[in-house]
Design a protein around this ligand. Structure first.
Ligand SMILES: Nc1ncnc2c1ncn2[C@@H]1O[C@H](COP(=O)(O)OP(=O)(O)OP(=O)(O)O)[C@@H](O)[C@H]1O
Length: 265
């Protein structure tokens, strides 16, 4: 028999399932994405927090979406890195797949910049980019490209970076030729992550920018960065020939960023 569940009705089923059939306590819904819904739950004994993520009810019979969700789970299982939430378990509730992962208690760079007005200096921006590139190099070593490294998916938690949302992540296809990329964001190789990191770095640098002219200009004109920074950003953004890997981008990071400047906010 095919059941139809509205999102609201299914939310209630999830709450009841967590409350009465698991050792967890339901806390709240934390987000509705394009194809999933995420809830915050906690272990009733240890009080450790987790995220319960499930597919939207309207996608339950779409094979392509189910396959994407399975891949997201598989990739999270394979990554097992300190900067990525650990996979806990997965299953199905009334034919709708879900999985659980560690909750990252931190704030996203989107919240930090746009809600709290955090400002990053050039040195801090480079330090954060360096740490991000180190994490991303680990993903690539495991054959995985994230493909959605935007400010809402990069968090600062206990002064270290955490990456979430592997919904668009993919297995690397080595035969992609970077110079022939039509859409770098969707590339199935390192270029996609480096391209997003270029935009991420621009967000950090713009946090320190106050417009002096009414007319919007290009980032090259507005930010007035040292030439090696402009070249570096242009290589990440593929305006100039890109880096051959995340490791290559790390080796070419401009300026001296070894003196750890804290980036607390
Ligand atoms: N492991 C986690 N720890 C803390 N917060 C998380 C975690 N995973 C997801 N979130 C938060 O839950 C919300 C929903 O995230 P999710 O990745 O499901 O979808 P989304 O990013 O909103 O949308 P889409 O899947 O369309 O990209 C977001 O606010 C995200 O910050």
């Amino acid at each position: 028999m095919i059941h139809y569940f509205s999102e609201k009705k299914y939310d209630q089923l999830v709450k009841n399932y967590i409350q009465y059939e698991t050792n967890y306590r339901f806390i709240e819904e934390i987000g509705v994405g394009s194809y999933g819904v995420a809830y915050l739950i906690e272990d009733s004994i240890t009080s450790s927090k987790y995220v319960f993520k499930r597919l939207k009810t309207k996608h339950r019979h779409k094979n392509s979406v189910r396959q994407k969700f399975r891949q997201e789970i598989q990739i999270l299982k394979e990554l097992e890195l300190p900067n990525v939430p650990s996979f806990i378990t997965s299953g199905e509730l009334h034919e709708i797949p879900f999985y659980m992962m560690d909750y990252v208690d931190g704030k996203t760079f989107e919240q930090a910049i746009f809600q709290e007005g955090a400002v990053f200096t050039l040195e801090q921006s480079l330090q954060i980019t360096k740490e991000l590139l180190e994490i991303v190099a680990e993903f690539h070593k495991k054959g995985i490209v994230h493909r959605d490294l935007r400010i809402p998916n990069i968090l600062l938690s206990n002064n270290s970076l955490k990456i979430i949302d592997f919904g668009l992540a993919a297995y690397i296809k080595e035969n992609n030729q970077p110079e022939k990329l039509v859409n770098p964001k969707r590339a199935q190789n390192h270029s996609s992550d480096l391209y997003f990191i270029g935009h991420f770095l621009l967000f950090l640098l713009y946090s320190n920018y106050s417009p002096t002219k009414k007319k919007e200009r290009s980032w090259q004109e507005e930010l007035r960065l040292p030439i090696e920074m402009v070249n570096y950003l242009e290589r990440l953004l593929l305006i100039q020939p890109g880096f051959s890997s995340a490791h290559d981008a790390l080796l070419n990071l401009p300026l001296h960023v070894e003196n750890h400047e804290s980036f607390y906010f």
